[in-house]
Design a protein around this ligand. Structure first.
Ligand code: SF4
Length: 294
């Protein structure tokens, strides 16, 4: 597989689906998340600590992604069948290691005692869904012939350009097969077709930009692993890609509107980032401890 293009560092903000989602949900949360060093009242370390909180669902997804990543990488070194007993032992150890090294939102705010074995129970059932379904059979069957061409969570942040605008679209797993290029994104949470299709359209654009592959030959797929396995191919064509590029430009311009210096990515004063009035967002917000009147 050809090399992924790299870009010279610039300070200008880069669009990503998750960045714009945070921006849309709450401007103040967006400020804390991306501009902590510009906060004149709250120490940077405090904001960074709150940012680093994980949650049971977030960590479950994180651990599953890393286990599947490691398994795919292992297939690149050896095409020997996976020893399931060892695989689950590895998965359990990883769950203990990850959970033991993080502070959970549920513990920090609600005093909940986090049970690693409960988290592992869910992880195990997600991994069983993975191992017992067509994607895993495909991986095992094709590993020997194709694995040198796989791209597994490429390094960096998935930087790309969309009509000259900086954007980040980080793929989980990409592989060529016949004359097509498949992009797979694993999901361990609830299906959200609109949100996930947008994210995967970005990945198709990323692949188009980096490998020059025609959009019609790129097949992005969302694989839901919980509560049951489900594959969802995302439709992309030149019209949808152009529409997506327009969306990225508009959303980037929206975010530029909260800056005093676009090139240097310097935000307006914190008070210009209004608080959300959505109690639901606030109840799950990492920053509620430092947010006024929350
Ligand atoms: S607590 Fe609510 S208003 Fe404050 S940053 Fe979080 S989501 Fe926004």
């Amino acid at each position: 597989m050809e090399n992924i293009k790299t870009f010279e560092y610039t300070s200008i903000l880069g669009w990503s689906a998750s960045r714009y989602e945070t921006f849309s949900n709450c401007k103040r949360q967006y400020f804390y998340h991306y501009y902590a060093k510009f906060d004149k009242e709250i120490p940077f370390e405090k904001i960074q600590f709150l940012k680093s909180l994980t949650s049971k669902n977030l960590e479950t997804g994180n651990i599953v992604h890393d286990i599947i990543r490691d398994m795919l990488k292992r297939y690149q070194k050896s095409t020997k069948e996976i020893n399931k007993e060892k695989f689950f032992k590895y998965s359990f150890d990883m769950t203990e290691k990850y959970c033991g090294s993080k502070t959970f939102f549920e513990h920090y705010y609600n005093g909940e005692i986090i049970s690693t074995s409960k988290i592992y129970e869910k992880i195990k059932s997600i991994l069983e869904n993975f191992l017992n379904n067509p994607i895993f059979t495909w991986i095992e069957k094709n590993a020997a012939l194709q694995s040198s061409k796989w791209i597994i969570e490429p390094g960096g942040f998935g930087e790309t350009r969309i009509n000259d605008y900086k954007a980040f679209c980080k793929v989980d797993f990409l592989f060529p097969h016949d004359d097509k290029m498949y992009i797979i994104d694993w999901k361990t949470g609830k299906p959200d077709d609109k949100k996930h299709s947008k994210q995967l359209t970005g990945y198709a654009l990323w692949a188009n930009h980096h490998f020059g592959k025609k959009v019609s030959d790129i097949i992005p797929m969302i694989i839901y692993l919980y509560p049951q396995y489900n594959e969802n191919k995302v439709k992309v064509d030149d019209y949808l890609i152009a529409k997506f590029a327009d969306t990225v430009i508009n959303e980037t311009q929206d975010m530029y509107g909260y800056l005093i210096d676009i090139e240097k990515n310097i935000p307006k004063d914190k008070k210009e980032f209004p608080l959300s009035d959505n109690a639901f967002f606030c109840s799950y917000c990492h920053y509620k401890e430092i947010c006024p009147e929350r």
